[in-house]
Design a protein around this ligand. Structure first.
Ligand code: B1M
Length: 212
């Protein structure tokens, strides 16, 4: 079994200490943070999602897996963020109202920060008003919305509509991400772009702001 499989298996089992130890081992072996994330942590979490859907595991197991995921992410975060570089744009980011999933949103935030953006993270269960008020107050360039539930993704349209109502449609761009979304859905609700993952969020935000 290679180190990524070991990481994924321990994440599925919610073994926080083992996930932290293996992540540190992979870092010490000079493996790419993206590979550790994609092939170890995210791969393990994908299996957790499948098993949960099939009722083979239950909510407490998913919570333990999430905790283990954060133990790994915490170690990778400093490697993905360059501190002290001048900001190339400001992004207000959060998970939409009613939704408590924040792992993907945090990853997108880490990658955007790593690319030089100033990130204002509003956390999870964020109302449309909070997104728009903060973006206005902070003079943000981008609002980044995350949703993992089919029941909460529909709330993304409320944020887009409120931005339009406040006359911010042209000045502030809205990007959306999360497992149940698609480019079609982003277009349908009037968002500026859909981002498949954190890396595409960086590319998309740069494109929207005309940064090469
Ligand atoms: Co929940 N959950 N969950 N859960 N959970 C899902 C989403 C689900 C698909 C599981 C399943 O049934 N297979 C299912 C949704 C079904 C649906 O809507 N059709 C589900 C359910 C049903 C629920 C509850 C309703 C369960 C219940 O209570 N009965 C409940 C809802 C709570 C709520 O939000 N109100 C619930 C709760 C939870 C926990 C709290 C236990 C936990 C979350 C912990 C946390 O986030 N702190 C949890 C987890 C961990 C999951 C799964 C297993 C994993 C999600 C995850 O973190 N993936 C998930 C199954 C799955 O997605 N396969 C599931 C790893 C993460 C890296 O991926 O978030 O997709 P993801 O992010 C990706 C991209 O989507 C993208 O970038 C990331 C990759 O780089 N991305 C962005 C995401 N946001 C972005 C924003 C961007 C750009 C890219 O720019 C702004």
């Amino acid at each position: 079994m290679n180190i990524y499989e070991e990481l994924a298996n321990n994440l599925q089992a919610g073994n926080t200490e083992a996930v932290a130890r293996l992540t540190q081992q992979a870092i010490d072996e000079k493996r790419e943070p993206k590979d550790i994330l994609d092939n170890g942590l995210i791969a393990g979490m994908a299996v957790v999602g499948e098993r949960f859907k099939l009722h083979k595991i239950f909510l407490p197991d998913v919570l333990l897996a999430a905790r283990a995921m954060y133990a790994g992410m915490d170690l990778l975060k400093p490697l993905m963020i360059r501190e002290g570089i001048p900001s190339i744009g400001k992004v207000v980011i959060g998970t939409v109202k009613g939704d408590l999933h924040d792992i993907g949103k945090n990853l997108a935030g880490i990658m955007l920060k790593g690319a030089g953006f100033d990130i204002i993270d509003l956390g999870k269960d964020v109302t449309p008003e909070k997104f728009i008020d903060t973006a206005e107050e902070e003079n943000a360039d981008i609002i980044g919305l995350s949703a993992l539930l089919t029941t909460t993704m529909i709330g993304m349209k409320d944020v887009v509509d409120l931005a339009k109502k406040r006359g911010l449609g042209d000045r502030i761009k809205i990007i959306v991400g999360g497992a149940p979304l698609s480019s079609e859905y982003a277009r349908e609700i009037g968002a500026d772009a859909y981002c498949f993952d954190g890396i595409s969020a960086v590319e998309t935000v740069k494109r929207l702001l005309g940064i090469s």
